[in-house]
Ligand binder design. Sequence first.
Ligand code: 5GP
Ligand code: ZN
Length: 143
Amino acid sequence: MADCIFCRIARHEVPSSVVYEDEHVIAFMDIMPAKKGHLLVVPKAHYGALFDVPAPLLAKTAAVLQRCARGVRRGLTAEGLNVLQSNGSAAGQVVDHVHFHIIPRRLGDGLRLDWDHETYAPNEMASFAAKIKEGCEAERSDA
Ligand code: 5GP
Ligand code: ZN
């Protein structure tokens, strides 16, 4: 997409600090890191969200994601890391080109990802599970 910032980064029209790149996937430093070393792993082709990515490309992206996660662990001697991925503005997605965040972590680093827990009424979990199961069955894998 012409004016998508991640498409433009993938085409090297906009500068970024690239740490890995191949024909299909690019990984570059996030300019507003949650923690220093925060990385984005992005399929080069424009797909808005996880739902849209063809499974073979998603598999390639996942392989790069794992390699970069290992790279962050080794290169920064990270004690842990979070992989985050948001779909839709309701979920906090800001850039409308599917991407995975890798955020290096250290014990006691103060980054807050904690959320309050909801509790199910009796049988409510089973009802949610049944609806999701139905949804999964109605979707077909494009692998
Ligand atoms: P989202 O909130 O959509 O999951 O994450 C988008 C991420 O992209 C944010 O963490 C933001 O800092 C990063 N970002 C936005 N614009 C640019 C840019 O022009 N260059 C780089 N390297 N990162 C960007
Ligand atoms: Zn794009």
